[in-house]
Design a protein around this ligand. Structure first.
Ligand SMILES: Nc1nc2c(c(=O)[nH]1)N[C@H]1C(S)=C(S)[C@@H](COP(=O)(O)O)O[C@H]1N2
Ligand SMILES: [Mo]
Length: 259
């Protein structure tokens, strides 16, 4: 987003999209990391152990929230209790990543993983879990990670008018190419669904197409409901610079490598 007009916030590239990995240039080598496998205890099971059963919107505690607090710092987030206790939402208290003990950067000794929800709610270095009546009032829930329309700027922003961002819009990114990559003349992308489907993870597509000359490769996803990514960033520009789901474009230069 900052390429056309600066935004406040983190300088995201196609990173910040990892299921547990934020890589700034995504290449094939990073794919194992992007598709991280998390190990831990299901939050629903842990809550049941301390006497908090599954609930629905109409059960007395159904409007409550589960708040996660980091150890020794200000980072907090919350999710609805109905989501936390839903066995199908598989919210995890993770202590392993890719079969190994969680490392410090990813949240050792314990972190939350909320599948299908923006990474900002997956609190690392977890210290306590609180059942609270209202959504968490912490900074990162109420004053950050909210989506505003392009008309809102720092002069007219009103934070309470938007809910904390939780879900993701439809998104895609090109992993195995970088700008100015040399691609041999011959074959390259046309999407083929490789029957790889996981509700919570990135789905990897590979494609081959003939590219006779230097060109631009564009990735654009359509979900099962027909939701699409916007072609340009202007319609989704927002002062925080979040959720840039505009088409990912990569310039490809055709040439013969000396290798
Ligand atoms: N305690 C704590 N947890 C946190 C954060 C943080 O700053 N402090 N950042 C959040 C954000 S914004 C993201 S995107 C993810 C990143 O997790 P990762 O480093 O494992 O990719 O952690 C989340 N959990
Ligand atoms: Mo983030």
């Amino acid at each position: 987003m900052s390429k056309t007009r600066p935004v406040k916030g983190v300088g995201w590239d196609v990173g910040a999209i990892g299921n547990g990995y934020e890589a700034y240039v995504l290449t094939r080598d990073f794919m194992h990391a992007i598709l991280a496998v998390w190990g831990g205890a299901k939050l629903a099971d842990v809550l049941a152990l301390v006497g908090i059963p599954n609930c629905s919107r109409v059960t007395p505690s159904g409007q409550k929230h589960v708040e996660f607090e980091e150890n020794g710092g200000p980072y907090t987030a919350s999710i609805p209790l109905i989501q936390a206790t839903n066995p199908e939402s598989v919210v995890l208290l993770a202590y392993e990543m890719n079969g190994e003990t969680l490392n410090r950067d990813h949240g050792f000794p314990l972190r939350v993983i909320v599948p299908g929800v923006i990474g900002a709610r997956s609190v690392k270095w977890l210290d306590s879990i609180n059942i609270i009546v209202e959504e968490c009032q912490g900074f990162f829930m109420q004053r950050d990670y909210k989506m505003f329309p392009p008309s809102v700027d720092w002069n007219n922003i009103s934070w309470p008018t938007r809910r904390p961002q939780m879900d993701f819009p439809v998104q895609s990114a090109i992993c195995s190419l970088e700008d100015a990559n040399l691609v041999k003349p011959g074959t390259f992308p046309t999407p083929t669904d490789r029957d790889l489907f996981d509700k919570w993870a990135w789905v990897l597509f590979e494609a081959e197409a003939n590219i006779p000359q230097s060109t631009e490769i564009v990735a654009k996803a359509v979900d099962v409901a027909g939701n699409v990514q916007p072609e340009n960033v202007d319609v989704i520009r927002n002062l925080m610079g979040i959720l840039n789901t505009s088409w990912h474009r990569v310039q490809v230069r055709i040439g013969h490598s000396n290798l």
